[in-house]
Ligand binder design. Sequence first.
Ligand code: G3H
Length: 478
Amino acid sequence: PWQGEYADVVSPICLRGDDGRPEALVIGRTPLMNRHHALAALDAAVEAYGQGSGYWPRLSVEERIGHVESFLVAMREQREAVVELLMWEIGKSYNDSCKEFDRTCDYIAHTIHELKELERRSNRFELVGGVVAQIRRLPVGVALCMGPFNYPLNETFTTLIPALIMGNTVVFKPAKYGVLLIGPLLKAFQESFPPGVINIIFGRGRDTVGPLMESGKVDMFAFIGTHRGASALKQMHPKPHRLKAVLGLDANNPGIVMPDAELDAAVHECVTGALSFNGQRCTALKLLFVHESVADTFVEKLAVAVDELASGMPWDPDVKLTPLPEPGKTLYLSSLVDDAVAGGARICNRNGGEVHGTYFHPAVLYPVSAAMRVYREEQFGPVIPVVRYSDISEVIDHVRQSDFGQQLSIFGSDPEQVAHLVDVLANQVGRINLNAQCQRGPDTLPFNGRKDSAEGTLSVTDALRVFSIRTTVATKAT
Ligand code: G3H
């Protein structure tokens, strides 16, 4: 048991006190580790890796798969406890929490399957150009894995599991919010992996992650969060050029509604694309560009669809909109809305932008212009800005000039025009969705981005490659 200090974990779900006012609800506590604890965890990972000669990296792939399989079995037993914590810690709805848990288990199962396939094709001897070559796939070293609060399980495990299964040893720092849910999994980690292979640290990032980077002992950095955070951490490493990184960063995904789009279907996709988990997804639609000939009608329909969404507590199966876990988030969103309104946009839906404690009622803003903050900043919350465009070149310019390039969606029914737009924009983003919202899944598809949105690609197969390096042993053929 932990002997040091603890930090309280506060739920975004406020209960009413005796006086009827909302009271912050402490739902648990986590160890408040400092640099010494973090560095001790890192040293354990370094020792277990043993410069590639430790027990874990030297195990056969089949043996490591065996460890991950037993982890998966033990993890599945914790479904109820983890789903409960997802609801209480980050306010994720019951259905979405179940989906996140099941999707993570599926991801692990897929990873095992893919690695078996990869292994079947690897480590063969090949005669090429007078050389007998054996290409070995080896781990990178010691990996630091950090996940985000919005998918504290799924996004985190999409780096953690490939890192482990490929023979790396890991220091894992759970997300800032969504940290208690690691508790029910601790036993599974402990019983499924040898000591030193996975080392979990809790506490403030500046006290723990900074010292790990400064030590120069981290070989691989897997991070899902902001571009600014990732750059700052990378620069703390004494030799950042030697740090292998896989990063999922900011995004400002646009949706483009063409004049001939099927409006009802587009509205449906845009509402779920923008507001699932209250818009707190890096893949959410963040800015809608709608052709002027259909913009007014589109916004009317959008406002009606948003008004139909039920808000409330995450455990109610009909509820789509829930409290926000980040302190100060409602203030930030209000400031974006106020700025847009001051610049001439209207709030088009009922009660848009109202705040009740940690709950922010979604706001449809229209017409939004490039001068407004909400046009440039990633709101990462339930605010839907709609921009009217008259010529598609305005949208193309926006996409090309944006610092971000994760995904975009195109809604239109003329196959030729859609195909042309796809050709023009394909080199700007990691994924284009046609008549569909942006999303990461299925997790077997490449998940990446251009510009400041990502570094490296994470899909089930890509991740296995990202967390390994190939070394060729070449013998001159005689
Ligand atoms: O926040 C980014 C997540 O990877 C989004 O995943 O698009 O499946 O919700 P999703």
